[in-house]
Design a protein around this ligand. Structure first.
Ligand code: NBY
Length: 829
């Protein structure tokens, strides 16, 4: 590849690129060279960050030749490429994952040891790229891992935010947000390619012109920015493949401020650069309610337009016939955030490639597919027509035409039902005129999928009902999955060894093999070893917490975890009510202490900075935690820990240590959940509602190994329709009354009754997510948990069965489903 279009004469220049020798000496040599020549330090002068960077460069060096090969081969084979379009990738740390993929872990450990370095010290300094909010972003990261492992030609396209998800700190129990300057210490895993930048335009006007007798439209934009790609390696596990994640960074164009420069206002021109570069400055930290901010739409158009242009210009061959685009690409829309790509591809095909509208639309419909990740109405993204028309005038025209033709189709099919037309229109009229992005995605996509069986069903029955009637075959389900490499093999090395010893190593890429553990659940010796792994994972977590200044975990406590974004529908409050009720029960003598299992309740959760109620819930958890953990009367029984800044790195320590997984959303609200899968896969038992993928987890692991409680989705609908009055539940249930009264009394706020008053009255008089209605069955289920935990043998047996039966939740399986049902792409050979 070095020789393309060049005429080198040096023998090295025409030789293939080769990786350094895969030996301890080869690794040490490369590492020291990188330390000297890339970091500019000698070993004795280097600090731990120099060493970490040199190590990262060394791992890269081993993957580089594979990466070159894969790109050359993908180009030569001209296979269909999966272009995953996602505004978020929550990657987690890269070092261990890449060492594992390249089979370098042992070699690197030994080579560094011979240099006098403990590789663990280097692991510690890596800052994870937090380029996502939660489930949706982490899912994208799992998917690209699986696609690389399955040799599917894939490009992940996204945004290289300069600041990822904020760092969370607590100040007197309340969340404060700090900027996540993840690039500050260097970013050894990505490669800038300014030569491959795309110019992305905004605003201005449209005009028609005569193109040799044909009237055409063109966009005359007002300003533009450069999109500079940064490539990251996405190595497959043990298969020698390396795919690409291409993240775009916004940089000011020269033309941008030429005018100002010429007018002599130097300072103004520099300020203008910041304006352009703001586009990729920061990740929006809202994980459900879209903010409708102009900058966010700029981000979306910026990365999608750059990605589509990049694919057409740089991935496809020069002589490519654009009519054949659907044979070569599928653009998968990760929620509605990239949906502006639909009118963008239409603009490229009609205005630039000069295709007829109908031909362009036929191509576009085949090139996109849409994944929906929510059911909450407030989470469905809409853009005001004014804003969209101002920023992207040509795209708004295109959306209007798509809508006109779509509504004609609706009339043909269903007659002139004006109500139906209004309901299905891509343009909503109330409260003000807006573009409904989920509808645009549904109209344009070849397929629309939900992320768990129940979720896909509810999409068909409620949210997108009319569309599902019109196009039943468009709708499908792909239940989410998680990568077993990161969330079992890397996060839980001791359990991994135990599994490999029992079943051989193949499970890492064929997770259904875990079924082989079922038989071992009845083997006392295996149970003992499994329990020992759990105990040691708890000790490991305890030292991680201690290093962060938290109290250590108590031996023998059940570890009860709720780790997910803070949101009312997820019902962290219900968990708090359980804790307060148990605490109150012990203190008042209502509960027999000996019946209560010693438990540590662990929370991990960030709240969107503007989400007041979520922040109050964080405050309550910390306040309750402080009182409960300090009270001598429950000492040794109950403890609450809430480490700040829950992220992927911390998740990898918590999940393997967990005994109980809290999945307690109101039925019909959690699209899928993926933490539920990671926890079951690591042998935690679930206490959960019949919601999202919990339904499928319970079916697979069996009712005996899952604690189900709460209303079903139809029961929720019914109670809501009847008129839900939370105060009735408060009146009826004494345990609930005592718990709420205790919070209201100021017992957790130094006697101040005002602090949690808004929270309490919200529960009593609104309770949108019906925590009070599910409280009593939740407490009953928690009693069953206590009883089950008292029988340790039985518990461990159930835990093993959870692991054995979670193979379905591999993201490899999810990728096979996408490939069969939606993408129809094949592996490179
Ligand atoms: O996607 C989550 C769902 O809540 C969860 O049930 C599912 O398992 C997961 C993967 O399918 N959704 C999610 O994480 N959503 C976001 O993070 C998100 C981020 C930004 C915006 C909306 C949602 N936004 O509008 O800006």
């Amino acid at each position: 590849e070095n020789t393309a279009e060049l005429r080198p004469t040096h023998p090295l220049a025409i030789a293939p690129v080769v990786a350094p020798a895969a030996s301890v000496d080869g690794f040490a040599k490369q590492f020291l060279q990188n330390l000297n020549f890339d970091q500019g330090v000698t070993l004795s002068n280097s600090d731990v960050n120099d060493q970490y960077l040199a190590l990262a460069y060394t791992v890269r060096d081993y993957l580089m030749a594979r990466w070159f090969d894969d790109r050359a081969q993908q180009k030569a084979q001209q296979n269909k490429t999966v272009c995953y379009l996602s505004a978020e990738y929550l990657l987690g740390r890269q070092l261990d994952n890449n060492l594992l993929a390249a089979r370098l872990t042992d070699i690197a450990t030994e080579a560094l040891a011979q240099c006098g370095i403990d590789i663990d010290d280097l692991r510690q300094v890596e800052i994870e790229p937090g380029l996502g909010n939660g489930g949706l972003g982490r899912l994208a990261a799992c998917f690209i891992d699986s696609l690389a492992t399955m040799s599917i030609p894939t490009i992940g396209y996204g945004i290289r935010y300069e600041y990822g998800i904020f760092r969370q700190a607590f100040n007197e129990g309340q969340q404060v947000e700090q900027p996540d300057a993840w690039l500050r210490m260097g970013s050894p895993w990505d490669f800038a390619h300014p030569e491959a930048a795309q110019t992305i335009s905004f605003a201005g006007t449209t005009e028609t012109y005569d193109d040799e007798g044909v009237e055409r439209t063109r966009w005359v934009p007002e300003w533009n920015v450069l999109a500079v790609p940064y490539n990251m390696m996405v190595p497959g596990y043990h298969n020698g493949r390396v795919n690409t994640l291409r993240l775009w960074r916004a940089v000011a164009t020269n033309a941008f401020d030429l005018h100002t420069f010429n007018s002599g206002d130097y300072v103004e021109s520099v300020r203008a650069q910041t304006f352009a570069e703001n586009i990729s400055k920061v990740l929006y930290p809202e994980d459900s309610t879209p903010q409708g901010k102009e900058l966010r739409l700029q981000q979306q158009y910026f990365f999608v337009a750059a990605s589509i242009a990049d694919f057409i210009e740089n991935v496809l061959p020069d002589d490519f016939e654009i009519e054949k685009l659907p044979e070569r690409v599928i653009f998968q829309l990760n929620d509605t955030h990239p949906v502006i790509g639909v009118p963008e591809l239409m603009r490229v095909l009609v205005d630039e490639k000069k295709l007829e509208w109908d031909a362009a639309w036929a191509i576009t419909q085949k090139c996109f597919a849409y994944t929906c990740h929510t059911l909450l109405p407030e989470a469905l993204e809409v853009w005001s027509v004014d804003l969209l028309g101002h920023l992207l005038p040509r795209h708004l025209e295109i959306i209007y035409r798509i809508n006109d033709e779509f509504l004609l189709e609706v009339r043909e099919r269903f007659g002139d039902d004006e109500m139906l037309i209004r309901n299905m229109s891509i343009i909503g009229e109330h409260p003000s005129r807006s573009v409904r992005m989920a509808y645009l995605a549904t109209v344009a996509g070849s397929k629309v999928n939900g992320v768990a069986e129940l979720h896909s069903q509810l999409l068909r029955d409620n949210v997108l009902k009319d569309f599902a009637t019109m196009w039943p075959d468009k709708f499908t389900n792909v239940t989410n999955g998680v990568t077993p490499r990161r969330f079992l093999r890397l996060a839980n090395p001791d359990l991994s060894s135990l599994i490999t010893e029992a079943l051989g190593a193949g499970w890492t890429v064929d997770l259904e093999r875990l079924r082989g553990l079922e038989a071992l659940a009845d083997d006392a010796d295996f149970r003992e070893r499994f329990a020992a792994v759990k105990a040691s994972n708890k000790r490991r977590l305890s030292s991680v917490l201690e290093a962060r200044g938290e109290a250590p975990l108590d031996d023998g406590h059940m570890l009860d975890v709720m780790i997910k974004r803070l949101h009312e529908y997820k019902r962290q409050t219900l968990k708090v009510l359980h804790i307060v009720s148990t605490y109150e029960g012990i203190v008042s003598g209502r509960l027999d202490v000996d019946e209560v299992q010693a438990r540590t309740f662990l929370f991990g959760a960030k709240a969107a900075p503007g989400y007041g109620m979520a922040k109050r819930i964080i405050h309550l958890i910390n306040a309750v935690g402080e009182v409960v953990s300090a009270d001598e009367r429950v000492k040794g029984k109950l403890k609450v820990v809430y480490p700040a800044n829950y992220n992927v790195t911390l998740a990898e320590r918590i999940i393997p240590a967990a005994d109980l997984s809290e999945q307690i959303s109101l039925a019909g609200k959690e699209a899928s959940g993926t933490g539920n899968m990671k926890l079951a896969l690591n042998g935690a038992l679930t206490i959960g509602t019949d919601d999202g993928a919990n339904v499928e987890i319970r079916k697979l692991v069996g009712d005996d190994n899952f604690f189900l409680f709460g209303m079903s989705e139809p029961e929720v609908e019914q109670l809501w329709a009847e008129g839900y009055r939370p105060a009735d539940f408060y009146q009826k249930d004494e345990r609930l009354r005592s718990a709420i009264d205790l919070i209201a009394s100021g017992a957790f706020s130094g006697g101040d009754r005002t602090v949690f008053e808004p929270l309490v009255s919200n529960l009593l008089y609104e309770d949108r997510f019906m925590a009070l209605a599910d409280f009593s069955t939740y407490l009953d289920a928690q009693d069953r948990v206590d009883a089950a935990y008292a029988d340790q043998d039985g518990w461990v047996r159930s835990a093993i069965l959870n692991v054995a039966r979670s193979g379905y939740f591999s993201s490899d399986r999810a990728m096979r489903d996408y490939l069969d049902r939606i993408w129809h792409a094949t592996p490179v050979s």
